[in-house]
Design a protein around this ligand. Sequence first.
Ligand code: PEP
Ligand code: MG
Length: 575
Amino acid sequence: MSTGQRRFQGIAAAPGIRMGRAVTVHRKYDSVDRRELEEHEVESELARFDRAVQEALHDLSMVQQRIAADMGEDTAHIFRAHQAVLEDPEVVDVTKARIRKERQNAEYLFNDVMHGWITHLSAIQNPFFRERTADFEDIRHRVLEKLSGVTGPGRESFSESVILVAHALSPSDTADIDRRWVCGFVTDVGGPTSHTAIVARGLGLPAVVGVSDAARQIPDGTLLIIDGNTGTVYADPDSDTLRRFEEAQARLSVYETELRTLVHLPAVTPDGHNVELGANIELPEEVESALRHGVDGIGLYRTEFQFLLDHALPTEEEQYKHYRTIAQKMAPRPVIIRTLDLGADKLPALETPEDNPALGFRGIRLCLGRPEMFKTQLRAILRASVEGNLRIMFPMISGLEELRQAMTVIRELQEDLDREETAYDRGIPIGIMIEVPSAALTASDLAQEVDFFSIGTNDLIQYTVAVDRGNAQVSSLYDPFHPAVLHLISGVVKAAHEKKIWVGVCGAMAGDPVSACVLLGLGVDELSMSAIDIPSIKKFVRSTSYADMQDIARAVAKLPTSNAIREYLRSRGLA
Ligand code: PEP
Ligand code: MG
């Protein structure tokens, strides 16, 4: 029975607009019973636990194969990380040792081990790690399901379009659904970069996350409209919302058809200005998706994610293979490999307590402080450079001396490779991220000694306006259109062009058409973004004259506040 329309606002995690009946998913294992074992029961308990782990691994590999076939390897790799958790001695061996020692049931001890990990990961400041707790939750539920012999959520059968509503959905729940009927996801928790969001995007289904109390407030069977572009969910929509839904769906399908036709066309404005569009990737498997979205190259490969997923520092050979694969798949297109941007906020293995990790021992500072780790990575990149068109980029450079130290390490490695007669690209371009205000203000000197700049607006904004980019309490102050930010970007572009080097942007501003308009108008040569944003930015570039973009940027540069800037952009039909 309808109770009148209700509207829930969350975070837009995967685009699309769909309608369906709510199926609320309540997970069962918030607490797990404890049972003491007799001595003679221990061996059979260990065998029962082993079986559950093997069955969970088998299910995960089936999900992985299905996802690889349907959505490509780049999405399927998520489940490799899940399997790695169940192959990790810290999880399985520790549980078994505790079953032997403490003589308690497998459910109880496995649950306790997993809770320890989940608490540890959720305490880490970096959102990537916090969101990985969903992987551990997923594994916890899968194994507990196997131990108790019940089926997981979303795997029951449906006969009409449904939208899954849950407190949290694990990535494999998201991937393992009945795709004939499930047409969207709504969750109380989660962020836009969670694996659940990535899988939903890969499946082409809308997802809204972070709707604080949806699972309790939306009863089973409620008619829902989910708008994954704006992060809005309508329960029991009224006739006006239903009409707008139908209109929006019709518009969206025309727009998506149009975007698909752009994939193989260049990003060139109607007045002939060419823009390079690159993809940001975190893992080698994402290259296929980048190519499918019609990119000119990889503008940012965040190599630290490989380190994070593998739970250990990869060897030179392992890294070499990753870089070689990417270079070969992308050739002759360029691939910018950013050297490790790790810090206490990201990698527990390197963690030393720091009050301000964002201002601490991270990025190039950590690499220069741990030269063996840095050299291993640089040797791997240099060796792979003969296989394609690789470029090296240093993160978090704050000034000329730091840059020179990094360059010295490269020169020494090149001499070593010369002595060993190992081939590498002698002309490999070397660039830096401009994401620290001190680098932006000394860009003119830095530009003399590098081949390119890529402006990291995510960090540049946080350091310029002194706002932690992950802190929701101050997020309203995190403002890409703060005049100080635009002023710094404009200065960096001028400094780069005076020294005849190109300058790109690889922060999130690059993937937003309104910001991209201002950036291009300021003279930025390249934009690098999530692959999924490429088609809409290409469409924007192909339909807006460069003269207009320059005109807009000139006007914006004169305005004193971001409100005035946004208002002006709106008056020009943007925003
Ligand atoms: C940036 O800071 O804008 C950037 C692209 O790097 P990351 O988001 O990895 O810090
Ligand atoms: Mg950064």
